[in-house]
Design a protein around this ligand. Structure first.
Ligand SMILES: C[S@@+](CC[C@H](N)C(=O)[O-])C[C@H]1O[C@@H](n2cnc3c(N)ncnc32)[C@H](O)[C@@H]1O
Length: 264
């Protein structure tokens, strides 16, 4: 049975393989990212330039830092952060195509950008490697949050920091909604189990705005996606975005978003 379990495909592996091949040359997706996030970093999460800036500010990233991006995709976000701060950014992702694109695109910046194919559950880095580990909308793919955070702690330097953009969702009306609170999310519970104190920044309202913007931008580019043969991206954007008519009070009963910041 153990072997059978190991043979299970990693969640969304096929989708992300297709996604990073398609977005490499998709003008529609590039336009979409520029409209929603102010910059095309091939975002598949919910963090725009302002959210990233907040993370850079609170962690005080600078050119002396070694920083690890968990779930870096094609590395454009890590490259952007390294260009801004001078920090050495390392990125890991489980999609070989995405890592290859990152390596090829940034080969002139190899002194401060390193990309490796790795799973979030197998962070085979040496102890004391990083000042900051961050993750934007990728913790959900960890098989066990506590184990993943324990791995972060092993590879962080003393006084290292963790920054995680994380969303909690609850669509079942009969479900207890307390899990949407910042200290009750599955991630907060795992941080507590690891005896970690954290600050959090609430981006729920911002997420509401971005989710509606995503829907508007996707709809305005529907034909562009279709004509490129990238209907599957359009379909996903529609599923994960929000109708104009949903009001904020309804929305916040289904979803919350926080940036968790841990300082050792
Ligand atoms: C929701 S996307 C977020 C990407 C990027 N951080 C952003 O904010 O746009 C999740 C990313 O995690 C990667 N990923 C998913 N499961 C993973 C796993 N088990 N190990 C490593 N990377 C994974 C995907 O390939 C994808 O790049």
């Amino acid at each position: 049975m153990a072997n059978l379990k190991e043979a299970e495909p990693a969640p969304m592996y096929d989708f992300y393989s297709k996604f990073y091949i398609a977005t490499k040359n998709s003008l529609a997706f590039s336009k979409y990212c520029n409209q929603v996030f102010q910059k095309d970093l091939t975002q598949d999460g919910f963090s725009d330039i302002l959210q990233l800036q907040r993370m850079i500010d609170i962690t005080r990233m600078n050119a002396t830092f070694d920083v690890l991006d968990i779930g870096c995709g094609n590395g454009k976000m890590a490259e952007y952060i390294s260009d801004l701060t001078g920090a050495h950014l390392y990125g890991i992702d489980y999609i070989p195509e995405a890592i290859e694109q990152a390596q090829v695109r940034t080969k002139q910046k190899i002194n401060r950008l390193t990309f490796q194919e790795k799973f979030i559950d197998e962070l085979s880095f040496l102890e004391n490697s990083f000042e900051v580990i961050y993750s934007v909308d990728t913790m959900y793919f960890s098989k066990d949050y506590k184990e993943t955070i324990d791995q972060f702690l092993r590879i962080l330097k003393p006084k290292g920091q963790i920054a995680i953009f994380y969303m909690e969702m609850s669509f079942d009306p009969s479900e207890n909604k307390s899990k949407l609170l910042p200290d009750k999310t599955a991630l907060a519970i795992a941080l507590e189990k690891c005896d970690l104190k954290y600050d959090y920044y609430d981006f729920t309202q911002d997420n509401y705005r971005l989710s509606q913007l995503k829907r508007r931008a996707a709809k305005s580019l529907e034909m562009d996606f279709k004509n490129e043969g990238n209907q599957f991206i359009y379909d996903r954007l529609i599923i994960e975005s929000l109708d104009e008519n949903t009001n904020y009070d309804e929305y916040k009963l289904t979803c919350s978003r926080f940036l968790y910041h841990i300082k050792l």
